[in-house]
Design a protein around this ligand. Structure first.
Ligand code: ADP
Length: 505
């Protein structure tokens, strides 16, 4: 009797959970309509906790994408004429709906990405903040009046929306990577074709539903869903289509380079936010407790699957043992892996099989070649197929694959150093430069090191640095362009110089 009551209760709870999921959509969104693929193909979306199916969405191909491009092109004719105030109001309504539906968005995000509910809630808040920010920035996109070198002329610079744009996003921040791009594009007056990752399309479609409810006109935001097989052709189409005037992409450096090459034929504006290989340096004067706190955040957030994750730790010889001990202790105290839906869980699984296989391979390769393991170093198969234990390695050298790679998983590699110049040379020795972190209590050193680090973003005595106000982006092969901040709209604007001559005063 007691048991059946319990089962009844949990079934009711599940039904309520599903019933409350009004934002889960199984169709794409083109020209203001919820749309299947023309050939009716679909693909399943999996929960990485146990690979169970949580939904299915259209598997679109280039025919469908052409419809989306046409829709964005048609809508641009009128949307480009809207006032900044009108766009601001639309973005604000979208933002308000996102805030109102934060809990459901977080639940969807946790289900398809696997990150804990606490992390999903943080992402929703962060992602929402871009829409709020750009609802404000749109009213500050101003041109310039110039000093004319001749008396009878008036010179000015106009800023105009570049045209319909394509936005391609990854799975590690399914909400924030969309809002950061769409917010800026809409603020500038552009219309969009949005292609979310095949691993996390449900969060994107939930955002489409809220955009529809917020009153965005048909064609202004088009969300297409597609499986990985179709992504290369779709990417090529978006790069080569002459109506699409800009592409904003967040993802791997390899795909970013393909898009860069493909865009040459149409001279498209490109904004590329690609991979990183962030150094995390702990200098002699560092506050070790602060450094350990920062290391926990920027190594293990999203189970290490972020492009700004610390990838190479360098700790001064004199503080090495202290840092290592405190870091390993903190990992065992603070990290509780499991199904992100559960309350006490801090970290979820990796996103997919290829990801966990790659992490496992890197760790085994390092250990076989002499690296020292301090914790973790194994799959946690009893939790599910994609869980990998938080891992710390030292004595890693150049012969090991992990030394050269962006790890994208919960594995920290810690090196020793003695000299500031040496460690900076090592930090700067890679082809990428997205984020970098260091801990020091020496003010001169803070300015010196910040100046010399070859990255686009720096956290000095801080491990979590992203926000809507900041300019997010990298140098070298980490990409082109900046997102967020007042600069985030630049990639979606054309500058037009206007000279009015022969004015009779
Ligand atoms: P990750 O390795 O983090 O999944 P990817 O660069 O493979 O990063 O994927 C990021 C986004 O790019 C996803 O939306 C994915 O579907 C898309 N994508 C993958 N390959 C291509 C391609 N050749 N052209 C365009 N988009 C692609």
């Amino acid at each position: 009797m007691f048991l059946s009551k319990k089962i009844l209760k949990s079934t009711l709870k599940l039904n309520n959970f599903q019933r409350n999921m009004s934002l889960i959509k199984n169709k794409a969104y083109i020209n203001g309509k919820w749309t299947s693929a023309l050939n009716n193909e679909t693909f399943n979306v999996l929960n990485p906790v146990d690979k169970s199916i949580i939904g299915s969405v259209p598997d679109m191909n280039c025919d469908d994408v052409n419809l989306a491009i046409n829709s964005a092109t048609e809508a641009f004719k009128t949307f480009s004429k809207t006032t900044a105030k009108e766009r601001s109001d639309l973005l604000r309504s979208w933002y308000n709906l996102m805030v109102k539906n934060s809990e459901e968005l977080a639940n969807i995000l946790t289900q398809e990405n696997g990150k804990s509910l606490a992390e999903s809630r943080a992402e929703i808040k962060y992602g929402n903040s871009f829409v709020e920010w750009f609802s404000e920035e749109t009213r500050r996109i101003n041109g310039e009046i110039l000093q004319e070198p001749m008396r009878n002329r008036k010179l000015m610079i106009l800023k105009q929306p570049i045209g319909p744009v394509a936005l391609i996003t990854p799975w590690n921040f399914p909400h924030a990577m969309i809002t950061r791009k769409v917010g800026a594009a809409i603020a500038a007056g552009c219309t969009c074709v949005i292609k979310p990752s095949e691993d996390t399309p449900l969060t994107a479609l939930a955002l489409a539903k809220l955009a529809e409810d917020a009153g965005f006109p048909p064609g202004v935001m088009n969300f297409i869903t597609t499986n990985l097989n179709n992504s290369p052709q779709i990417g090529k189409l978006l790069c080569e289509d002459k109506n699409i005037r800009a592409i904003s992409f967040t993802g791997s450096t390899a795909v970013g380079k393909i898009l860069y090459q493909q865009s040459a034929s149409t001279m498209k504006r490109l904004s590329l936010e690609l991979g990183g290989n962030a150094p995390f340096i702990v200098f002699e004067s560092a506050n070790i407790d602060l450094a350990v706190g920062g290391a926990m955040q920027c190594k293990f957030r999203n189970t290490g699957q972020t492009c700004v994750s610390a990838n190479r730790f360098f700790v001064h010889n004199s503080r090495f043992d202290e840092f290592l001990q405190k870091f390993v202790d903190k990992i065992s105290q603070d990290i509780k892996m499991g199904d992100g839906k559960k309350n006490n869980i801090t970290h979820g699984p990796l996103i997919k099989q290829s990801q966990i296989d790659m992490i496992d391979h890197l760790v085994i390769d390092a250990i076989n070649k002499g690296a020292k393991l301090h914790c973790g170093g194994k799959k946690l198969s009893d939790l599910g197929p994609l869980f990998y234990a938080p891992t710390v390695l030292t004595e890693v050298n150049r012969d090991m694959e992990i030394y050269h790679r962006e790890i994208f998983g919960p594995v920290a590699v810690i090196h020793k150093f003695n000299d500031e110049n040496d460690v900076l040379n090592e930090a700067n020795s890679v082809n990428v430069g997205l984020a970098g972190y260091f801990y020091s209590e020496d003010l001169s050193q803070i300015f010196r090191v910040a100046n010399k680090m070859e990255v686009g973003m720096i956290g000095a005595n801080e491990g979590l640095i992203s926000c809507a106000e900041a300019a997010f982006g990298g140098v070298k092969e980490s990409g082109i362009g900046r997102e967020g901040s007042k600069h985030g709209v630049d990639d979606f604007l054309d500058i037009k110089y206007l000279c009015i001559g022969n004015i009779k005063y």
